[in-house]
Design a protein around this ligand. Sequence first.
Ligand code: AMP
Length: 192
Amino acid sequence: MFNLVIFGAPGSGKGTQSENLIQNYGLYHISTGDVLRDHIKRGTELGKIADAFISDGKLIPDDLMINILADVLDKNADATRNGVIFDGFPRTIEQAKALKTMLAERGTQVNAVIGLEVAEEELIDRLIKRGKDSGRSDDNLETIKKRLDVYHNQTSPLRDFYIAEGLYEAIHGSGTVEGIFADIRTAIDARR
Ligand code: AMP
């Protein structure tokens, strides 16, 4: 079993590189953003709560988000047997601690954290381009700026958290998708 966290700011390429990881490593992909957007689409109670936070560029509260993730893990216990790509989770130190506990309770752990590092101007550029056809309520300049602030204040401290755990692999996240993925492979294969 090999669990990895794909980590980085909005627009750093987590979703794109997750696609490559799924194909190459046969891991189960959990994107918490996709899970929430699915609830919004289906009009569930959770979807209504999530919609307000997402459209405003804010994080869903930790206790709620942690319960959602535990639920996804429990409902997909079979599919996650080979390991999981955590995409968009954790986003706070509290979530990272909860993930550690959750995985320990299931007899496993995070094996690597792939940190996609991309300059701020490039992130904004990419997100604005994505917004032209993503249909996402949060891919507009005002919300993009809020999301980047949230990233700097609440999420980026996780970098040091995972460096201290000996799990962080810094990946230069500009360049071609293939070139970046080659670096990701090298980092992962050294830990498998
Ligand atoms: P993403 O698709 O990962 O960019 O996530 C889109 C939005 O969903 C974020 O801006 C948050 O509002 C919400 N979200 C996704 N994952 C989390 C999480 N782990 N904790 C809190 N909010 C989240």
